[in-house]
Structure formats: C-alpha cells, structure tokens
Design a protein around this ligand. Structure first.
Ligand code: DON
Length: 304
C-alpha cells in the first residue's frame, strides 16, 4: 500500500493540470496549487501517507459530513424534517430549489442543507459553545488535539458570505430556524474553516469504514445503520452536481470541499483523504479525484 500511495503522490505532484484554486473565499486563493497529499487509514488503524499528508488545509464542506453525524446523534431521524436526502443536481450554493421546496434543502451537504444542520445542532446554545463541541468531536475522531479552526479563513468567508446569508435568511423566512440567522452563519462559517491534515481527516473518517465503530479510537461513533446511511448520502450527494461523475469514476462514498480536500470511504477496507487545492468546474478537487480514481483502480475498492 505504501508503494501505491507513493506512486500516486509522485504522479500528482508532477502533473501540470492542477485545476483552479477557489477564489470566492479570498483566503483560499492564497493556497499554493502545487500541494498534493494522500492518507490511507486501513480498518485496523494502520496508515499510509504520502506527499503533503501532514500539512493542514481548510476542510470546508467536508465538515458537513461531521456536523450531520452530530445532528443525527442529537436529534435522530428528526433531522430529516429539516433536510432531504436527494441529490440536488445543482451547484453547492444554489438557491433555486429552496423556494419550490418550501425552504427545506434537498440534502445536508449543499450549503443550504448544512446551514440548516448548523441551526439544528446549536439547540439554543451560543456559537462558541457549539463550535467548541464540533472541535472536540473532530479532535476525538482524529485522535489529535492539534485540529483547529482557522480564524482567518472564517473571517474571509464571513466577509464574502452574501450568498450563504441569502440562503439562511430565505430559509428563516419559512420559520424553520430556531436560532438567530447571524449566529447560525457564524457556526457554519467556522466549521467550514476547520484546518486538518489528510492524515487527521482519514483518521476522523475511520468510523464509516467499519459499521460506525472506529477501530482507531476503539469507539462506537454511530450504529451500523447510521453509518450505512451517511455513506449512501456521501455517494449520492457528496460532490454536488459532480456526484454522478465521482461515483462513475471512483465508485466510493466521498465528501469534497472547496479547499481541495476529499474524504472517501471504502467500507470494510479504509478511510482515505486526499488534498490538492486546484478544483474542477463544479468545485471538486481535480487531482484529488484523479488520485482516488487511480487508488480505487489499483486496489479494487470500488463498491460496485
Ligand atoms: O459556504 C461555502 O461556500 C464554503 N464554506 C463551503 C463550500 C464547499 O466546500 C463546497 N464544496 N465543494
């Protein structure tokens, strides 16, 4: 396995086609597109790292899978009153379906859905308390206390977050929100600004490999049915309007972020995180996807 990840990293680090770094969040535009990292954490916790696997990056929308997990833990199936479970087929920050569907976002991974989940997990608490809880959860799952929230990225998002603010106010106009919109947005912007390395992220995803129990931290995070359901949502909605393409090419549940990271899960086998900051046209990591495609091909890990 070490040879496989070394080969993939060597190829990805040398390729000239790197996609385009996200610029709509100015702080992300500063990241060097030359980076590439990969970390594979096997079911038993053994890990294989290559390239920039220990460099922290902004996990962005990958955090939405973890806040969904928290929301399911706090309120169980009541989560599905707030968000649906269907792929949107639209860009991650689209507003068009919200009006027709009465302010209930299609799924928890598009921005509107993740903002609704942020409202759900606050349960009347202040953003600071909710963020401390999210940070604690991420540190617990990754077995690493150095995971942090990048305040510069969070501020950058807040300053340019008009679209997300529109989505949030629009949903609130249907009476769905339990907390003030500005506080909910504060939680959302900050959890998107979690900084983690590929290795930390792959470790944090380990519970989805083995029916909800992370062998790495020896802890049941969710039950088997919930783990299967989170994986199914990642497969169908984890890459927005690029989810079909990702399933076609890679064949694994995965969640992407505009920081260029992707967390993918090979059930019963491994949790995998890749990072390359350059994105394709729909906002998913260009080389990250290619790397996962190669890994799935070499290991036979596709779920199909
Ligand atoms: O709200 C945003 O636009 C970002 N914080 C997250 C978007 C994102 O990562 C979409 N992923 N591909």
């Amino acid at each position: 396995m070490q040879q496989i990840v070394d080969d993939i990293a060597a190829e990805m680090l040398s390729r000239p086609d790197r996609g385009k770094v996200a610029t709509y969040i100015p702080q992300l535009a500063c990241v060097d597109p030359a980076h590439f990292g990969i970390s594979v954490v096997m079911e038993d916790g053994t890990s294989y790292n290559a390239g920039d696997a220990t460099t922290p990056f902004s996990i962005q929308s990958i955090s939405k899978m973890f806040t969904l997990t928290m929301a399911l833990g706090k309120m169980g199936d009541a989560v599905w009153k707030r968000v649906g479970r269907e792929p949107s087929g639209d860009p991650f920050n689209s507003i068009v379906q919200l009006e027709v569907e009465h302010g209930r976002p299609r799924n928890p991974f598009i921005n509107a859905g993740a903002i609704a989940i942020a409202d759900a997990i606050m349960m009347g608490h202040e953003p600071k308390e909710t963020l401390a809880e999210i940070l604690q959860f991420m540190r617990f799952l990754s077995d690493d206390d150095s995971v942090y929230i990048d305040e510069k990225v969070a501020r950058s998002e807040q300053l340019t977050g008009d679209r997300n603010a529109s989505l949030a106010h629009f949903m609130a106009s249907f009476g769905h929100f339990k907390n003030p919109v500005d506080k909910v947005l504060g939680v959302y912007f900050h959890h998107c600004s979690l900084a983690m390395t590929c290795h930390q992220l792959a470790k944090a995803g380990a519970f989805l490999v083995s029916d909800g129990t992370s062998q790495l931290i020896n802890s049941k995070v969710v039950g088997p049915q919930r783990a299967r359901r989170i994986n199914s949502l990642m497969l169908l909605c984890g890459h927005y309007d690029g989810s079909g393409e990702f399933a076609f090419r890679v064949g694994l549940p995965g969640k992407s972020g505009v920081g260029g990271g992707i967390l993918a899960v090979a059930p019963g086998k491994a949790s995998i995180a890749v990072w390359s900051p350059g994105l394709d046209v729909v906002g998913n990591s260009h080389l990250g996807t290619l790397a996962l495609e190669q890994l799935a091909e070499k290991t036979g890990w596709s779920v199909f």
